[in-house]
Design a protein around this ligand. Structure first.
Ligand SMILES: Cc1ncc(COP(=O)(O)O)c(C=O)c1O
Length: 373
């Protein structure tokens, strides 16, 4: 049996008629850039998120730096984020001109550690960018408290957490802007690149709409901006998929429960930890080998057994070769949890269309590893 890491074609086939109808609608509308489908999808996304505004942009990285620019972040400003995140979170801070301040994660959930954030604040700090890593919300109430205490902005990097929730908060409720990615491998993904921002601030909405379209909201009237729009074809695909996102999240959570139940006896692994009351939507089922020296061996064994396990992310940002490439950066405090995570993380296949046989084969194969060590 071969267990893939992603199920893009399976998902397409499961709702083919709905996606095809949306694509036909866009093609026959004759409007493909900032057309009616983008407008409709932005309204659907805002309603889904419970936000006043949603703006489609080119990708999740652009969503981040466009929000930073709209909020006035730039040179000399310190922005605090996780050392253990996808590279784009820090990259977007650098694109805006600000200083990336990398802090440690919580040892259990791998989300940003609020105490590390508090210790990292200086008089130059302007914002916190928590990442809802692997599909679980960062502890937003604690972060909001710190932000209020020091007068900081919060931009949520929600590339991995669409449809997630905290115990007593929802995404977007406690921040200035939420950024998401629609690249195909995300829980809500299109057949290519895409991204969005949602916010309750009308000035952020207005600024991003202008910046994404060559500084223009009126024909022939410009100020310097960029080209970063979500194409209508992608908006149509995402509109069809958005109707299924909650059911897909439920299936991801069901698969995670099966993995956790099946692997709980494996004393060589630390399994994902879900904070009580949180809706962790398992963008990734990321576990750690207790002994970092085991990680590559287990990964290799699974790949040889035709299970496409991967790592997220095996080199922390500050450990990348050449860091920080002349960009403004500061490491705040020990990054021991992030470094341990990089050395020992391993992700099992996780997508809603996995079959029961594939799930059971994956569990059995992982459990059998000690015999093959
Ligand atoms: C946490 C995180 N932030 C930002 C991004 C950037 O999104 P994109 O690839 O759409 O630019 C991604 C995913 O790729 C991500 O996982």
């Amino acid at each position: 049996m071969k267990v893939p890491f992603y199920g893009h074609q399976r998902q397409y086939l499961s709702i083919k008629s709905e996606i095809d109808a949306k694509m036909q609608e866009v093609i026959m509308s004759g409007q493909y850039v900032q057309g009616p489908m983008l407008k409709a999808f932005e309204e659907e996304l805002a309603a889904f998120a419970g936000a006043k505004h949603a703006i489609g942009v080119g990708n999740g990285t652009d969503a981040l730096w466009l929000s930073f620019m709209a909020l006035g972040l730039g040179e000399g400003d310190e922005v605090i984020t996780n050392a253990n995140t996808f590279f784009a979170t820090a990259e977007a801070i650098w694109i805006s001109g600000a200083t990336a301040v990398l802090v440690d994660c919580d040892s259990q959930t791998k989300c940003i550690d609020p105490e590390a954030v508090r210790k990292a604040v200086t008089r130059r700090t302007r914002a916190i960018v928590p990442v809802h890593l692997y599909g679980q919300c960062a502890p937003m109430r604690a972060l909001r408290q710190i932000a209020d205490e020091f007068g900081l902005l919060i931009v949520e990097d929600n590339a991995q957490g669409i449809d997630a929730r905290g115990d007593n908060f929802k995404i977007g409720e406690l921040s200035d802007a939420v950024c998401t990615s629609f690249i195909i491998q995300k829980n809500l993904g299109t057949f290519g690149d895409g991204g969005a921002i949602w916010t309750n601030h009308t000035f952020v909405n207005d600024k991003v709409r202008k910046l994404r379209n060559h500084g223009s909201t009126k024909r022939d009237v410009h100020s310097p901006g960029f080209n970063s729009r979500l194409d209508d074809l992608h908006a149509g695909i995402l509109s069809a998929k958005l109707k299924h996102i909650s059911a897909w999240s439920e299936r991801r959570m069901d698969i995670a429960r099966q993995y956790t139940a099946g692997l709980k006896g494996c004393d060589f692994l630390d399994l994902p930890v879900v904070r009580p009351g949180y809706r962790h939507v398992f963008h990734l089922y990321e576990m750690e080998t207790r002994n970092p020296a085991d990680r590559n061996k287990l990964l290799d064994y699974l790949n040889k057994a035709d299970i496409d396990a991967k790592t997220h992310y095996s080199i922390a940002i500050h450990q990348q070769e050449g860091f920080p490439w002349g960009k403004p950066a500061r490491l705040a405090g020990p990054l021991a949890n992030a470094e341990k995570n990089a050395a020992s993380c391993l992700s099992l296949p996780m997508f809603p269309e996995l079959t029961e046989d594939e799930i059971q084969y994956t569990i059995r194969t992982v459990c059998d590893w000690p015999k093959h060590k």
